[in-house]
Design a protein around this ligand. Sequence first.
Ligand SMILES: NC(=O)c1ccc[n+]([C@@H]2O[C@H](COP(=O)([O-])OP(=O)(O)OC[C@H]3O[C@@H](n4cnc5c(N)ncnc54)[C@H](OP(=O)(O)O)[C@@H]3O)[C@@H](O)[C@H]2O)c1
Length: 237
Amino acid sequence: MTKYLIVGAGKVAKHLNHYFRLLELSPLNWDRSQDPHLLKTKVAEASHVLLAISDTAIENFYKKNLAGLDKTVVHFSGALNIKDVIAAHPLMSFGPELYDFETYLKIHFVLTGTDSLLEALPGLPNNFSVLPAEKKALYHAMCVVGGNFPVILWQKMFAEFEKMGVSHEAARVYLETVLQNTLRNPQTALTGPLARGDKHTILKNLESLDGDQFQKLYFSFVEAVSPELLSEKERQL
Ligand SMILES: NC(=O)c1ccc[n+]([C@@H]2O[C@H](COP(=O)([O-])OP(=O)(O)OC[C@H]3O[C@@H](n4cnc5c(N)ncnc54)[C@H](OP(=O)(O)O)[C@@H]3O)[C@@H](O)[C@H]2O)c1
């Protein structure tokens, strides 16, 4: 019979605990604030040990506490490959707020080290796909590029708009439309000077960012999307 032990007390551990309780899976829990002896007892009771701890801690924790035991061990890192530990990366962002049941049910898991969610996380009805270990680095880079970088760009836009008196609400309507258009058709969603090849506007935008680290980012986007637009001299700006 499946008995889960969730290790950790961070964001993912909290969300997993909540989701597993909603699924009536009654997981055990252990984190560093508890007696280390309790870890042994709980591991002995568990069939599946879920390492919802920092990437830097996973391998050592596994080697010290779980290697050689007859347990299914799972971690949730999108970047790591650890021998004998299944990776089940939830393609999701987990912050401090818990989600509703419907949201948890829609989370897609990307598995490495098994080809079945039934082996990694029995009792979870979620969709999943399987990724070879050698593809994980690029997969995770794309999670960062697509899921994290836009947040940094949006934070910058909100901060600069605020200084100019452009409201959060105005920016929200803009961003919602951009996201909806992108989800509907990524190929046609890009608008603005890069989509139009409007070099004049691009150079004015770059000039307005003089002395700002985001000027380098703007340059990088032009380089990545339309490198032919800027001459060697303009790149030295
Ligand atoms: N957050 C996300 O959106 C997200 C999404 C997908 C996958 N993940 C993956 O999920 C895993 C957990 O991420 P998280 O966001 O939950 O991190 P987090 O909120 O920073 O929590 C990390 C947890 O790891 C514990 N920990 C750190 N070192 C430890 C050690 N040596 N021994 C035992 N526990 C240790 C911390 O314990 P203390 O509280 O005692 O310091 C804390 O409970 C990572 O592999 C991450 O890549 C995260």
